[in-house]
Ligand binder design. Structure first.
Ligand code: SF4
Ligand code: SF4
Length: 375
């Protein structure tokens, strides 16, 4: 069997039984790049039901745990149906052709076209407001007032509360407002859609990947549990010293304040981080260090905005995981790892949409609870 076959041919599965009435939906149309329509309709993949155990598993993986490997005995009935359908001869042939076709198809970057302007505009708002003295938005991304209403970055607020051992009412109002707003749009979506360091880091990553392609650099992944350890260390430092130590080294605060009030020596630290990311560890800060990302990850555990996966469309070639900042949230896209025909990315997902751009057959989509398919 060729390596392509290995990718696309799941193991034989037991004969399917019909799924329960009322819980099914049609899968999204495949982006099959001009090939004829699917030779046969897939079985209904159903709708995803968010469970408490899934939430716990998502948090465990976000803190650095390895995603749980499921047995085939754990597969749901509808997953067995989808797998059985994927092993039919015409499906094997069709998916093989699709995979070859996609090898020469370029990603669209359709979400990046929205995301980059979003980061730039949000940060520009602070800059313009300060320099024109509009007082629409005052402060920087870490703590601000929006038309007089207090907004406070969650991690900064936690650091302040720990350092001063009290929670001021304005800080509490700002925290609750910000937590609610980011929960609504996905928790770590703060990272991909607002954080100024994310943009710099994404550019550094693009350079890293170009150099890696030429064999000039390679990634040196670290243990993901490092971020959890640093989270505790920074919290303990704030509590023990009475200073918000993390704020002095956070590239998010440094870049945000530099944009509004002008640069300083602290930008050298940001440059060092970016150099590390280009030449040694891909996305070092966001993947292995930043407590802000983890805080927003907690906010997003129950968020209505999720990335959803449809087993019937997936070719398991792994482009989504290669593009992703946090590939552990897409572990279920590896062949035979998903236990259900519809799965959702865990809370560490930044809702950046890069996996959607990389996924040629359209197996991944944005899903808003209660609204259904977004795109
Ligand atoms: S992990 Fe931290 S630095 Fe990275 S995008 Fe999120 S908030 Fe910004
Ligand atoms: S799963 Fe997709 S949307 Fe989430 S962080 Fe990874 S690439 Fe971005």
């Amino acid at each position: 069997m060729s390596s392509v076959d290995d990718y696309i041919m799941p193991p034989a599965a037991p004969e399917p039984e019909r799924s329960k009435k009322g819980e099914d939906r049609k899968p999204a149309a495949a982006g099959n790049g001009g090939l004829p329509p699917m030779p046969s309709e897939p079985p209904p993949v159903g709708t995803h039901r968010f469970s408490w155990s899934e939430m716990g598993e998502g948090v465990r993986v976000m803190l650095g745990g390895e995603p749980r490997r499921r047995d085939k005995s754990d597969w749901t009935e509808r997953m067995r149906e989808v797998q059985a359908w994927k092993t039919t001869p015409e499906q094997r042939q069709y998916r093989r052709e699709l995979l070859h076709k996609h090898e020469t198809t370029k990603a669209t970057f359709r979400w990046r076209k929205w995301r980059w302007p979003s980061i730039i505009l949000i940060n520009l708002l602070f800059v313009v407001s300060f320099h024109l003295d509009v007082q629409l938005v005052e402060g920087a991304l870490t703590a601000s007032r929006f038309v007089g209403f207090h907004m406070a970055d969650l991690n900064s607020s936690l650091q302040v509360a720990l350092a001063y051992k009290e929670i001021l009412i304005n800080l509490l109002i700002g925290m609750v407002t910000v937590a609610f707003l980011w929960w609504l749009v996905g928790g770590r979506s703060f990272c991909a859609w607002a954080c100024p360091y994310h943009l710099l880091s994404e550019w550094a990553e693009m350079l890293h990947l170009k150099l890696a392609e030429k064999g000039l650099v390679s990634d040196h992944p670290l243990d993901r549990r490092l971020r959890t350890v640093l989270y505790v260390v920074f919290a303990a430092l704030a509590l023990g010293t009475g200073y918000t130590v993390f704020e002095t080294i956070s590239p998010v605060g440094i870049v945000s304040r530099a944009l509004v009030y002008g640069g300083g020596m602290a930008l050298v630290w940001v440059a060092v981080l970016l150099l590390v990311e280009v030449f040694y560890i891909r996305r070092f800060w966001c993947r292995y260090a930043c407590p802000i990302g983890l805080t927003y990850g907690f906010v997003g555990v129950t968020s209505p905005v999720k990335i959803e996966w449809n087993a019937s469309l997936c070719l398991h070639e792994g482009n989504c995981r290669n593009a992703c900042l946090v590939p552990h949230v897409l572990e279920f896209t590896i062949k035979n790892r998903a236990y259900d025909s519809v799965m959702q990315a865990g809370p560490d997902c930044t809702r950046c949409g890069m996996c959607l751009e990389a996924c040629m057959p359209g197996a991944l989509t944005f899903k808003v609870k209660g609204i259904g398919d977004m795109l």
